[in-house]
Design a protein around this ligand. Sequence first.
Ligand SMILES: Cc1ncc(COP(=O)(O)O)c(C=O)c1O
Length: 369
Amino acid sequence: MPITSQPSSSNGPWDAKLQQFHGGQDWAHLENFIEDFSVTTNAFGMPESAKLASVRSIEHSHHYPPADQEPAKSSLAQFLWPSTWSQDTERLILGNGASELIDLVIRMAPRGTWKPGPFRTQYKEYERSARNNEYQMLDSESPEKANVACLVNPCNPTGDYLELAEVEQWILDNVLPGGHVLIDESMQPWHSPEFRDHSLTNARSFVEQIYKDHGISVFVMHSWTKLWCCTGLRLGSVVCPTADHMRAIKKLQVPWSVNTVALAFLDAVVNDHVYLNKTWQMTSAWRKQTVDRIKDRFPEWQCHGREFLSWVWVDTKSEEVAQKAVDLAKAHGVPVRSGRPGYNLPTYIRLAVREPSKVDHLFKAWETI
Ligand SMILES: Cc1ncc(COP(=O)(O)O)c(C=O)c1O
């Protein structure tokens, strides 16, 4: 393919013609920075135990990382499948953030049509990769089944969530025989301590059966940079339908794509039960407080999303008000994510769940709205 140069068009640090906009870029440029509300990371920040393990691992960073991603990969397998991990590890592979794996799986999928999940919008890197790989794009409402379908569940940013039986039905209704389906469960572990019982990672017999009966390959994607608040480290994984699918990804993946520091972090973080318990306990409580404050202060705004999630998706009902909320938040060192770039929903804003003292700063910023 000839390389043609295109003039770049900036959207902050993003090249708007070539890259997808994401939150999380403002903090470094704000002298008065207080808290980042523009990303969906865990309100408790990086877990200390794992941070320490990753800092210690710098000592070994003059060596290459392990080519088999061990022992971190098996540790994650034990986290996902406490009793059956030894048989499931061969279906798991780690990536340099979920973003790397999203692109790899879409690149190796059968070409043809591509379809997003049923919600109003969803995390856009799936679509970006599909466009780059010249799929024919179908609308989420299209009655047609697709060769490749991607569902973000729970959905960032809308906060919608399908229960396991609904996800299975959606796959049956939307994927062609021989097709690939990517289900993104990055935000699913927030569900509760029983999250595994509600996850497609544990629907082994469904995944096996649909592959056997229809040749449909189900991939379950996780970004671990949100739950364990380590966006700068880059950590993701995908659970493949079979070990052969895992090997097909491994064949394409560049060696050592997950670095020593990220592997050390992962190997430690899966054992931090205190961190996850406080995450399950406090996220929904703090989220409710934020939603109540919004209802009280801005009764015309509408809050969306399931109660356990780490963010609130808010329709301000006005493009002007949303822009003002974004501008004021940034000016006061508490940036939020606008719904305009990428999602094209300019009346919406997305704000992370954070502890109440940080939320005070955000509401102070919005005093003049
Ligand atoms: C639903 C979802 N999936 C995947 C990703 C990619 O995350 P990363 O590449 O940081 O692991 C994100 C990041 O925002 C996300 O929200």
